[in-house]
Design a binder for this molecule. Structure first.
Ligand code: SF4
Length: 176
């Protein structure tokens, strides 16, 4: 067992104590850094910052932030629900650690896709083949997950954009 005991603490969202949601933080003595690459591999759309040993993902609809000696969960209607979910998260972490020999760990550091970064790698011709009025509109929709890169057929198929295509695919693979 990786995390043996947990100290839950209910906290109100910072700067706005009028909001009707609560967050919960669980603190523990053990260092959970070694399990983060296994959770990064198994939790969909996890965001991993390896140098700082911080992993973020969603658990039962709530945003999770894991650090070496702390886990935080946000957006609960009441404290009891928050604490129960925190203990289920503890169980997930411990079970993942126990199954680590079956999991290929991942140190991939995914980042949120930025529209400007997408835009810089598009052809920039505003040709409208994708159905969007400009490349910038396309970039914003791609970053928001509303459309796929395959709709930009000039980028995907024309020899003139081979280098940009490779860079774009690399960026998309390491982003969410
Ligand atoms: S098809 Fe590609 S190059 Fe043409 S407007 Fe759309 S994003 Fe820009």
């Amino acid at each position: 067992m990786l995390i043996r005991s947990l100290r839950p603490e209910i906290v109100l969202p910072p700067c706005d104590h009028t909001r009707e949601t609560v967050n919960v933080i669980g603190r523990f003595q053990e260092d959970i850094s070694p399990v983060l690459p296994y959770l990064n591999a198994t939790q969909p759309k996890a965001l991993f910052h390896r140098p700082a040993a911080i992993l973020r993902f969603r658990f039962e609809g709530h945003q999770v932030t894991l650090q070496p000696h702390e886990m935080a969960l946000g957006g609960f209607e009441d404290g009891d629900q928050a604490v129960l979910t925190l203990f289920r998260l503890q169980r997930l972490i411990n079970e993942t650690w126990e199954r680590r020999e079956e999991i290929t760990p991942s140190n991939v550091e995914r980042k949120r896709l930025q529209a400007l970064a997408v835009y810089r790698l598009l052809p920039g011709t505003n040709c409208k083949v994708c159905g969007e009025p400009t490349c910038f509109v396309f970039a914003n929709k791609l970053a928001a997950g509303q459309i796929g890169i395959e709709l930009c057929t000039p980028l995907c198929h024309q020899d003139a954009y081979v280098e940009k295509r490779i860079q774009m695919m690399t960026m998309l693979e390491s982003s969410i």
